[in-house]
Design a protein around this ligand. Structure first.
Ligand SMILES: Nc1ncnc2c1ncn2[C@@H]1O[C@H](COP(=O)(O)OP(=O)(O)O)[C@@H](O)[C@H]1O
Ligand SMILES: O=P(O)(O)OC[C@H]1O[C@@](CO)(OP(=O)(O)O)[C@@H](O)[C@@H]1O
Length: 739
């Protein structure tokens, strides 16, 4: 047995005597020859005050006493202004002052091995951090308000929609409140109630034109403020009790319009707000984080201050002093080419420009933006607020006071999203040999007994290692051909559109896209076959190693990240002899873990554990297999996969299993995650998701291997052939629009 590293089992004991030099303050003259170690010791301000010449090393007890004295001195100094405090410390370096502990020999390996201590300074800073955003431990019921900031056409609504989908998929309650919608509603209300309707240009039409956004237009300013007030009121109501008004009543509108300013006391005038259609919670056992997204320009300090005040007021009135955390999310874009494209998208999709010619719409939008620019005050970099600034499509990010779930969950997603057009493919592992044999032998009858036999067989084999059968291998080959065809089409589209390849450094790619001699992109890595797969590095377009190597076998070059589960059948499905793609095997993609029930079929579970089975029937999404997982647990291990897929600038392929794919498909379809068990995931079929400009995904399904008239054996879902269990929905059409 190797000897134990003494540093691991015990605290290092100091040598008997250490001769140490005194570290110097700036501008001091060295006292003697022994000054070599000065610079390293000087990095700690606390050590400076206690160093003495050639001091003897004290016992550990003494060291603790010195530490306490040191803490006391620090405590006294905390409240002093910075320069004063530093001066004090400098003056305290006197011979005979308490000594600091000896330096550790292992400082640069292990750092200090003293226990971390709580100083007042540290506590103050940590408290501020705790108050800003929950760190996960105590933020169970708290609400979050995400306030978008930015000039028009900076992608705010795009980001809002991505956030909505992401949070909803994670099981949060999330809702967007777009102030523009309230403005249009308020303007329509004015049309009905004023004589303006008779005029050639109605208030409604006027409210969409650039002049309406001019601060000197007082009537318009009043209406814009009313719209913001109304939207904020609804936002806070929703955060409090999950209720939104589907429609805004005439009386409410009138009250909102009677505002003359956004001053917080005016919101009291809106107490008559009708709150109808409630959003139902899907679980009685789960506490949701409620997240509201306030989508407006919010470009002035005054507006943002007002939002903070409104939230503080609401937080105070909430039961159990529930807190509304506020995160500002500013999108800054000053890239003229990018903006020109954004403007086109904006005028094509925003109802404000309906009926305008393209030229008129562009001119009007530009004018509107100018009006906003005149009063735009970007978020202050040195503020105490939580904010994330996104510059030019995430090419740069600035993050301020972002902790806890914001750092863990929100920030990675924001960094991953991009507006690229790359398709994503999801499919199950091919059919295994055992399954094939079973189907051959038993055929498939629709009686209950054979269903039970099948379920037993499936449960018993699900986790066993099994090679692909003949059909499984056919699917594997067809899958490669499919990806290759798609990859080449993708590259052709890219090469046709890209004029300045070197300028394509947007998105989340660090290395950007690489220019080659013939102005095409070459991401090819050397061909690897199944033999060296274990050593294969994951290939993603973000991987700079992928840029330099050329194709060794003239195989087509296109970027594609392939992720497969670590189940042998999945690995085999994503192992191609002509492979130019590197595949990453990740256990996050493994099937739902049935824990203690692994190897049991649901019939047996129902008989032996009826209570658990009833619970599963009642709450299929949240019921956890003992010692294993529930569907909702899958999200925790799949969100990193989503982020990995989202951040790709090239293609991505996922080979996995029914339960996991149901959860992933639910994300791309934007369907309620709690119903993901209803999604049918047939064998030998590729689900293709292509990004839409607004942030959604277009779905198409591609059956690569027809079923030869056989009924499908579904080897991955827990619902297989069980009486009374939910039956998967059958999709009639092969193309879905899931924006
Ligand atoms: N981070 C971003 N920076 C700049 N433009 C973006 C960003 N994200 C998305 N876009 C693009 O901005 C365009 C306008 O988006 P939209 O959400 O309507 O803007 P806004 O809500 O700010 O007026 C869309 O084409 C979208 O693709
Ligand atoms: O209240 P402010 O911050 O001005 O923002 C709301 C405004 O945002 C605007 C700015 O152009 O765009 P959008 O509706 O696209 O989000 C207007 O529709 C809307 O009135």
């Amino acid at each position: 047995m190797a000897p134990l590293d003494p540093d691991i089992v015990s605290m290092p004991s100091p040598p008997a005597v250490i001769k140490r030099p005194l570290p110097m303050m700036e501008g001091e003259t060295p006292p003697g020859p022994a000054t070599a170690a000065v610079s390293t010791l000087r990095t700690s301000s606390s050590s400076v005050s206690f160093l003495t010449f050639d001091e003897d090393v004290d016992t550990r007890q003494d060291r603790h006493q010195q530490r306490r004295q040191q803490q006391q001195q620090q405590q006294q100094q905390v409240s002093l202004p910075l320069t004063e405090s530093l001066l004090e410390r400098t003056n305290s370096i006197t011979p005979g002052a308490p000594s600091i502990p000896p330096p550790s020999h292992h400082y640069y390996d292990k750092g200090s091995v003293e226990l971390a201590i709580e100083t007042p300074v540290m506590m103050q800073r940590l408290e501020k951090r705790r108050r800003l955003t929950g760190s996960g431990a105590n933020d169970g019921g708290d609400c979050l308000l995400i306030v978008l900031v930015g000039l028009p056409a900076r992608g705010k609504s795009f980001i809002a929609r991505k956030l909505l989908n992401y949070f909803s998929w994670r099981g949060n309650q999330c809702q967007i409140f777009n102030v523009g919608k309230y403005r249009r509603k308020i303007a329509q209300h004015e049309v009905k109630s004023s004589e303006a309707a008779a005029k050639e240009e109605t208030v409604s039409q006027n409210s969409c034109k650039a002049d309406f956004f001019d601060d000197s237009n007082q009537e318009a300013a009043r209406m814009r403020k009313a719209a913001a007030g109304l939207a904020m009121k609804e936002t806070l109501n929703w955060l409090e009790c999950g209720n939104v008004t589907g429609t805004v009543s005439s009386a409410t509108m009138q009250t909102a319009l009677s505002f003359s300013s956004l001053a917080s006391n005016n919101t009291d005038a809106m107490e008559d707000m009708d709150v109808t259609s409630g959003l139902e919670s899907h679980s009685t056992r789960r506490q949701y984080h409620r997240i509201a997204i306030f989508d407006a320009t919010n470009t002035t300090k005054e507006r943002r201050q007002w939002i903070l005040q409104e939230c503080a007021k609401k937080s105070e009135s909430l039961q159990y002093s529930k807190r509304i955390g506020v995160l500002f999310l500013e999108s800054i874009c000053d890239d003229p080419e990018l903006l020109a494209e954004n403007f086109k998208v904006k005028i094509g999709s925003c109802p404000d420009f309906k009926g305008f010619s393209q030229q008129e719409a562009l001119a009007d939008l530009n004018q509107r933006i100018q009006k906003y620019e005149e009063r735009y005050e970007p978020l202050e970099d040195h503020s105490h607020e939580s904010f994330i600034k996104i510059f030019n499509l995430s090419s740069r990010l600035m993050v301020n006071h972002i902790y806890g779930r914001l750092a863990k969950v929100v920030l990675p997603a924001i960094m991953a999203w991009n507006t690229g057009s790359r398709p994503i493919f999801l499919c199950r592992a091919g059919e295994t040999k055992a399954m094939e044999e079973y189907t051959k032998q038993h055929g498939r009858q629709d009686d209950n007994n054979s269903n039970k036999d099948m379920a037993k067989f499936l449960a018993a084999t699900r986790r066993k290692s099994d090679r692909l059968g003949e059909r499984g291998r056919k699917f594997r080959d067809a899958l490669y051909e499919f990806i290759e065809k798609e990859g080449l089409e993708f590259m052709n589209r890219r090469n046709d559109t890209v004029i300045h390849p070197t300028k394509m450094d947007t998105g989340t790619s660090i290395s950007g896209l690489h220019e080659t001699r013939d102005h095409t992109f070459d991401y090819t890595v050397k061909s690897r076959n199944s033999d060296n797969r274990a050593n294969a590095k994951p290939l993603s377009i973000d991987d700079s190693s992928s840029s330099s190597s050329g194709s060794s076998n003239n195989a087509p070059s296109f970027p594609c990240l392939v992720l497969s589960s670590t189940m042998p059948r999945a690995i085999e499905t994503a192992t191609w002899k002509q492979n130019t793609l590197l595949v990453k095997d990740v256990s996050n993609l493994n099937p739902l873990d049935m824990g203690d029930f692994t190897g049991m079929d649901l019939y047996t579970i129902q008989k032996e554990y009826p209570e658990w089975y009833d619970q599963l029937q009642r709450e299929p999404f949240y019921t956890r297999f003992p010692g294993g997982e529930s569907y909702s647990d899958l999200i925790d291990r799949l969100y990193t996969i989503i982020i990995d897929i989202e951040q790709q600038l090239g293609l991505a392929t996922v080979v996995s299993h029914v339960s996991v794919l149901q959860v992933l498909i639910s994300y791309f379809r934007s369907t309620p995650i709690q119903q993901c068990m209803d999604i049918e995931v047939p064998l030998h079929t590729v689900f293709k998701f292509t990004p839409l400009r607004g942030g959604g995904w277009l779905e198409s399904q591609h059956v690569l291997l027809p079923n030869d008239g056989r009924d499908e054996v579904d080897s991955g879902t827990i619902w297989d052939n069980v009486d009374g269990a939910k039956q998967p929905m059958r999709q009639e059409s092969s193309v879905f629009l899931s924006s």
